[in-house]
Design a protein around this ligand. Structure first.
Ligand SMILES: Cc1ncc(COP(=O)(O)O)c(C=O)c1O
Length: 454
């Protein structure tokens, strides 16, 4: 269960290092007016993150207005792949905003044309058409529409089952939430669509059986006939744990989808744009999905998202039926083009791989010493550290929260714990982070675990 950090300032030890600076009580007494205003005017459901008032952010660091500076292990929420506040992105945004065109709906614009062309040129065939949206959840809703239309076309109305995975997160809108696999997030829905079915994710930790056979057995146990499956939808890695499936499993899934005329849809909203050490997360599996969904790191800044797929699928809807008010907003497109240029030019996937290897090695060392760390998952610059009751897979949310709080007080900023039982400490810094900063922040994490388990 998520919780709040509270608004009572605590005296914390001063920190002054190359990359971090904590010189006030936390939360900062002078920030309380802002924090209280947010509490007063925003819904309770918006709370739960460390109470740092973000003032400025640069590269892999976040600054408040009171002299404190954190190494950012959140990237917002995996947004700033190219780094915070990059000059190139700022310039592109300013240039477009000053050009006189701030919006364009679905009317043609040069910026939108440039971005869809750029994305298509970076994606493997047959992902050749791109539909721009604003949020990751919308890409999932769009996929649901394309999936259902595809199912009806190739197998009639009964071919409408969307298989997704336990513990998956695909967003908070109605369809995306039903495709998700976290029961507590779906309680509000009431009358669930029976066309959404979840099976266990082969993470090798809580689901020991990682064979593809288990997928087929799980479907049968849910009473699903293969021929009625319109699509299998999954995150390239599970956001809540950072767990990947095995490549063999994904190859078998690709074959199974082809054999059953079901679409394979990969939600790359977290995994895309270099996060996992390759430009696209699905490269780790050596397969190409029928639809790929993008968001977050696409622009490192302004809201933008995209659905990519083959022409026949993307053109399956009649003229004028797939639009959105802010589809490909030109300022957001300019930001995305600049961010993608940085990711490519600065070889940020390669940096994510190199620095990520250092991070994962350090995390595995910690795991070997601490029985409270049940698993370390992820690749590149995403990692999930699952806190457990020693010797079990039972989540220890208390420990995860304590660790995140201690890190925040020491100048390493993460969002609050995620995943199964709210007990996964998630690490996802901007891809520009250096080895020195990763080692410095990993030492803070180790100390936090040490103190929290003492
Ligand atoms: C894998 C995945 N898909 C979809 C979403 C939803 O994206 P948004 O919050 O932009 O709607 C998220 C958000 O965290 C996500 O992690």
């Amino acid at each position: 269960m998520a919780r709040d950090f509270g608004l009572i300032p605590q005296v914390v030890p001063k920190v002054e290092t190359r990359h971090r600076r904590i010189v006030t009580a936390l939360p900062v007494p002078e920030s309380l007016a802002t924090l209280e205003k947010l509490h007063r005017y925003e819904p309770l459901a918006m709370r739960g993150q460390p109470p740092v008032v973000w003032h400025r952010a640069e590269g892999f660091q976040v600054y408040d207005p009171y002299g404190n500076c954190w190494i950012d292990w959140s990237s917002g929420v995996l947004i700033t792949n190219a780094g915070h506040g990059r000059r190139e992105i700022v310039d592109a945004v300013v240039a477009q905003a000053s050009s006189g065109l701030l919006t364009n709906y679905a009317f043609p614009s040069e910026m939108r044309a440039r971005l869809v062309e750029r994305l298509a040129s970076l994606l493997p065939k047959p992902l050749e058409k791109v539909f721009l949206l604003t949020t990751g959840s919308e890409t999932v809703e769009c996929a649901i529409k394309l999936i259902r239309a595809h199912g009806a076309k190739v197998g009639g109305r009964a071919k409408n089952i969307i298989v997704s995975y336990d513990d998956a997160f695909h967003g908070r809108t109605l369809g995306a939430q039903q495709a998700g696999g976290i029961p507590s997030l779906k309680e509000w829905i009431g009358n669930m669509d029976p066309g959404f079915v979840q099976v266990p994710f082969p993470d090798g930790f809580r689901t020991a059986d990682t064979s593809f056979d288990f997928f087929e057995r799980s479907l049968a146990a849910c009473g699903v006939q293969s021929r009625n499956v319109a699509a299998v939808l999954l995150e390239t890695y599970q956001g809540g744990s950072a767990a990947f499936a095995l490549p063999d499993y994904m190859h078998a899934l690709r074959k199974w989808c082809d054999a059953n005329e079901a679409l394979l849809v990969l939600d790359e909203v977290q995994a895309g744009f270099g996060r996992t050490g390759t430009m696209w997360g699905f490269e780790h599996y050596g397969i190409v999905p029928d639809l790929a969904l993008f968001g977050k790191g696409i622009s490192s800044s302004l809201p933008l998202a995209a659905v990519a797929g083959p022409a026949d699928l993307m053109d399956s809807q009649p003229i004028g039926t797939m639009t959105s008010t802010h589809t490909g907003n030109p300022v957001c497109c300019a930001a995305a083009l600049a961010s993608i240029d940085l990711v490519v030019r600065e070889k940020l996937p390669a940096n994510a791989c190199k620095v990520g290897n250092v991070l994962h090695e350090r995390l595995r060392e910690m795991q070997s010493r601490l029985p409270q760390i049940g698993s370390v998952q992820g690749r590149g610059l995403v990692a999930g550290v699952a806190c457990v009751e020693p010797g079990t897979t039972q989540p220890d949310a208390e420990l995860a929260w304590d660790v995140v709080r201690r890190c925040y007080e020491q100048g390493v900023l993460m969002f609050s714990p995620v995943g199964f039982g709210g007990a996964t400490v998630k690490i996802a810094p901007p891809l520009v982070i250096t080895e020195a900063a990763i080692l410095e922040s990993a030492a803070v994490l180790e100390e936090a675990f040490g103190e929290a388990t003492r």
